[in-house]
Design a binder for this molecule. Structure first.
Ligand SMILES: NC(=O)c1ccc[n+]([C@@H]2O[C@H](COP(=O)([O-])OP(=O)(O)OC[C@H]3O[C@@H](n4cnc5c(N)ncnc54)[C@H](OP(=O)(O)O)[C@@H]3O)[C@@H](O)[C@H]2O)c1
Length: 317
């Protein structure tokens, strides 16, 4: 008889992805690389959207399957626009994975606080610009850290000009990821689109994420955690892959099923009350539109199979 462990979902259960195209941001490292690898091995054509194409090429060479590397710096809206302007074909799957955590106080090229600018605003702009081409779903990687700090979006100081708390600011950026998914799904539904917005989090996975923290003490602490507590990056990629390939309702949130959602097999998980507030999600959307100069497009893929303004044909569903 199969054990409980054997029955749990893993990467061997990814359905055939032949003929599908996926863009994975931050695919050169950590769970992004593992997700890209698994999708390519299942037959998808995977675009590595990375800020350093040389490292992207090196990572893509480790993957068996159809891959391509394109430059994308989420901390620079001109790079996001350039990436989107170069896109001209149907896109089954957009995986908003890239992120920075607890980094020293810095600004993006457009002057946004780095964690909010990269993790939320960069992906917000990218999604709006690519959405006319998306035919299946958008998966955004959030974190259990969406519960960190004071669990609210500080609309009065989004760029954190007051005292900088790297941990709280990271938590806010991951809360923004979940609110983004909530409002994106609402807009997709309202516009009659069959495209879905989903969220995932990897639990605690040993990756490069923990090595850029502003504080040396935090880096040392997380190094120990990576060694003794974390699951590996392959396991960390499973919630993303589950959200990307399984039949789930829009706005679902997938994470590991173990104690404290730190590790384990992918399952549907809960989110904080702050991450479930539709009014805050709408307000964040409006503010993000103003900050990025991008908006929810008119030409999303509809259930009726309409063509987008760019002439992208919806796939049959
Ligand atoms: N690991 C965990 O325990 C954990 C837990 C919860 C959530 N997460 C989330 O999981 C996601 C992936 O993180 P990871 O753990 O796999 O960390 P990782 O190994 O450090 O990967 C992060 C990726 O994001 C890329 N990136 C950072 N800034 C970027 C920018 N401005 N433009 C484009 N790409 C950028 C990095 O590129 P470079 O290689 O060039 O830096 C790297 O490819 C993040 O969203 C993170 O918040 C991770």
């Amino acid at each position: 008889m199969a054990t409980d462990r054997q029955q749990k979902w893993n990467a061997t259960r990814i359905p055939d992805q032949t003929g599908r195209t996926a863009v994975v941001t931050g695919a050169n490292s950590g769970i992004g690389l593992r997700a890209a690898q698994a999708l390519a091995e299942a037959g998808a054509h995977v675009v590595f959207a990375v800020r350093d194409p040389e490292r992207g090429e090196a990572a893509a060479r480790t993957v068996h399957g159809s891959t391509e590397v394109r430059r994308l710096d989420l901390a620079d809206l001109s790079s996001v626009r350039e990436f989107a302007a170069g896109w001209d074909r149907p896109l089954d799957l957009l995986i908003n994975n890239a992120g920075v955590m607890m980094v020293p106080q810095q600004r993006t090229a457009d002057g946004f606080e780095m964690q909010f600018g990269t993790n939320h605003l960069g992906h917000f702009a990218l999604t709006n610009l690519l959405l006319p081409y998306v035919t299946d779903r958008v998966v955004t990687v959030s974190s259990g850290a969406h519960r960190w700090g004071d669990q609210r979006i500080d609309f009065d100081d989004l760029n954190r000009t007051s005292a900088y708390d790297p941990r709280g600011v990271y938590g806010q950026s991951k809360l923004a990821n979940l609110l983004f998914v909530l409002e994106l799904q609402r807009r997709l539904t309202e516009s009659g689109s069959g495209v879905r917005a989903l969220a995932a989090h990897p639990g605690y996975s040993a990756t490069n994420l923990q090595s850029h923290a502003a504080s040396a003490a935090a880096r040392a602490f997380m190094k120990l955690g990576n060694r003794f507590l974390a699951q590996d990056d392959r396991a960390g990629a499973l919630p993303t892959l589950y959200a990307a390939t399984q039949e789930l309702p829009g706005a679902s949130y997938v994470g590991p099923d173990g104690l404290g959602e730190m590790r384990g097999a992918p399952t549907l998980v809960g989110r904080s009350a702050a991450a479930s507030d539709p009014a805050v999600a709408r307000r964040l959307w409006t503010v993000s539109e103003e900050l990025t100069g991008t908006r929810f497009p008119q030409g999303v893929q509809t259930l009726q199979g309409a063509q987008t303004p760019q002439g992208v044909q919806k796939r049959a569903t």
